[in-house]
Design a protein around this ligand. Structure first.
Ligand SMILES: [Zn+2]
Length: 318
């Protein structure tokens, strides 16, 4: 009798579904448009294309222009002054555009999701910025001491310990099993576990995030934030209170007020991602109703904030 095994996976987002249609390791098939390149994107509805032809097809379908005049290979220095080379790629799908930077001969991966109609030069800038931020942060601390350290992570004749705050990408393949990629280096679970013994007796919090989420940058720590809907609304009201006088917002405080409320909208985004969808939509509606009821002498308050709230809810819809 065959034993059926299943593997649990994290909540699927639309991009992960896209990954599934990218063929890996099976028989090579030619792209049906250029008839030259290997078809890497297989889609029963539209056909089998190479990435360039797929993007051309999608761009036409969505009515966006794609002039690919960006450098496909870019290099950046990390915090230790070591250069890393990345291959940049873009894939357009209905509703979103995926930009990836994958390290050549290394383990760093960065990704951003934008709208297909977004300016491509700006998209590249965002991706470069993310690479630089990510490279500026280090999870592993290199030991300068040449003595053998028992619970260090040993990689390429160097010894590393873990910082108390860190980030890594979870890597799994049936052949190689599971490992964690830290600072672009592959660390086995066993080595990671041993290095953790340096913190024996401490707590380890964790939060798994999509690759397209913000990365940790220099001098960053993780901060605990409540995503209880009542707490979010309470903080929203308190922030408004700094700028309102008898429910009136003067044009003088408009931009400061908007800026302060961005943080509250960030909390709404966390609720969307990690809490219940219904709660998030309800909090979004409450925020919008509250904003619309504010008297003001500006030209366009709270249009921008309303749009941001809608966007936050929409962006995080599965
Ligand atoms: Zn092609």
């Amino acid at each position: 009798m065959n034993k059926v095994t299943e593997r649990a996976t994290g909540s699927a987002d639309s991009e992960r579904r896209v990954d599934k249609i990218i063929k890996r390791g099976s028989i090579m098939k030619k792209c049906q448009k250029c008839k030259t390149n290997e078809a890497t994107i297989l889609n029963a509805d539209i056909g089998d294309f190479c990435l360039d032809c797929h993007n051309e097809y999608m761009a036409e379908l969505l009515g966006v222009s794609i002039t690919d005049d960006f450098s496909k290979i870019v290099s950046f220095y990390d915090a230790e002054g070591i250069m890393h080379q990345f291959e940049i790629s873009n894939m357009i799908m209905p509703g979103f555009s995926v930009w990836k930077a994958e390290e050549i001969d290394g383990g760093y991966h960065f990704k951003i999701l934008l709208k297909p109609e977004e300016n491509r030069a700006w998209a590249i800038e965002q991706l470069h910025h993310k690479i630089l931020t990510g490279l500026g942060y280090q999870t592993l601390l290199r030991w300068l001491d040449r003595n053998f350290i028992d619970n260090a992570i040993h990689l390429n004749n160097e010894q590393y310990s873990l910082k108390s705050v860190g980030t890594c990408r979870i890597q799994y393949s049936e052949k190689e099993n599971i490992s964690l990629v830290m600072d672009g280096k592959e660390v086995s679970l066993e080595d990671f576990g041993r290095a953790l013994t340096a913190f024996e007796g401490f707590n380890l919090d964790f939060q798994i995030r999509d690759l397209s989420d913000e990365v940790l940058g220099k001098d960053a720590v993780l901060h605990r934030v409540s995503i209880n809907p009542n707490v979010i609304i309470e903080r929203f009201e308190r922030t408004l209170g700094w700028f309102l006088e008898h429910n009136f917002l003067s044009y003088k405080y408009k931009s400061a007020c908007e800026e302060a409320l961005f943080e509250r909208i960030d909390e709404l985004e966390l609720l969307c991602k990690y809490g219940s969808r219904d709660n998030a939509e309800e909090v979004g509606r409450k925020m919008k109703r509250r904003l619309a009821a504010i008297d003001n002498d500006t030209d366009d308050f709270p249009d921008y904030l309303l749009e941001m709230i809608d966007q936050t809810i929409r962006k995080n819809k599965l």
